[in-house]
Design a protein around this ligand. Sequence first.
Ligand SMILES: C[S@@+](CC[C@H](N)C(=O)[O-])C[C@H]1O[C@@H](n2cnc3c(N)ncnc32)[C@H](O)[C@@H]1O
Ligand SMILES: Nc1nc2[nH]cc(C(=O)O)c2c(=O)[nH]1
Ligand code: SF4
Ligand SMILES: [Mg+2]
Length: 248
Amino acid sequence: MVVNVATRLLQISEIFGPTIQGEGLLIGKPTVFVRTGGCDYRCSWCDSLYAVLPEHKSEWRSQSAEEVFAEVQRLSNFQPILVTLSGGNPAIQPLSDLITLGHASGYTFAIETQGSVAQPWFAELDYLTLSPKPPSSRQVTRWDRLERCLEIASHGQNGRTVHTCLKVVVFDEEDYAYARDIAARYPDQPLYLQAGNHTPPHLAEKIDITGILERMDWLIQRTIEDQWYTVTILPQLHTLLWGNKRGV
Ligand SMILES: C[S@@+](CC[C@H](N)C(=O)[O-])C[C@H]1O[C@@H](n2cnc3c(N)ncnc32)[C@H](O)[C@@H]1O
Ligand SMILES: Nc1nc2[nH]cc(C(=O)O)c2c(=O)[nH]1
Ligand code: SF4
Ligand SMILES: [Mg+2]
């Protein structure tokens, strides 16, 4: 049988760390990021367009799982660490081999994805963060696909539990209503509300931390007003610390 090796290569935008996970369920945890290139979405406020738009393709590299894992091991000084797969949409890449390789050496794997593409290998992950996009992103949620992601994760492979959660970026009242809808649809999933950064690299020269914190304050008041006590509200910690800097 002829195996097309190229189809197993990963499109890699950047590999960096260790740093801390700045968002959601694993906020504050030391991690190495593997950021893949290419995305099926075009969120109006995306903070990682260099890993999304085809005009940045020449900056990405095609690498095997072995090459990516060697870089992860080098960065982590061969100490098992949490590896966070992000992008772009990492769900459009063949990441199963990387997860298998890493698990064999004690590494754990989390993914950040919008839930628009469900892959069988989600069952091999340790953490699956689904981040469906609210109206301000100008993207349309495919609920059937989001549900398929959760369904796959509910059958963890090799006795593994895939810890799942939902994370919704909120900029305004419409986004907040979308987040409420998500909570009603998936009452058993931990839900994180993430204050939006309205000054990502392509929309402003300087990051407006005060503006981000004001939105965060509004979001907290808004949830308390609704007596919505099961939700968790967070900023992007890395954005507060390091602004729009890349590779942190
Ligand atoms: C860059 S995305 C990559 C992974 C995947 N495509 C996704 O959207 O989940 C990682 C996380 O950053 C969030 N994000 C992107 N731009 C943002 C912004 N301007 N403010 C707040 N969060 C943002 C996304 O919603 C997602 O949760
Ligand atoms: N420190 C840090 N935390 C993050 N959490 C999610 C990120 C991402 O871009 O997916 C990210 C990132 O780029 N840096
Ligand atoms: S889905 Fe994620 S990577 Fe893709 S455009 Fe939206 S925020 Fe950016
Ligand atoms: Mg980011």
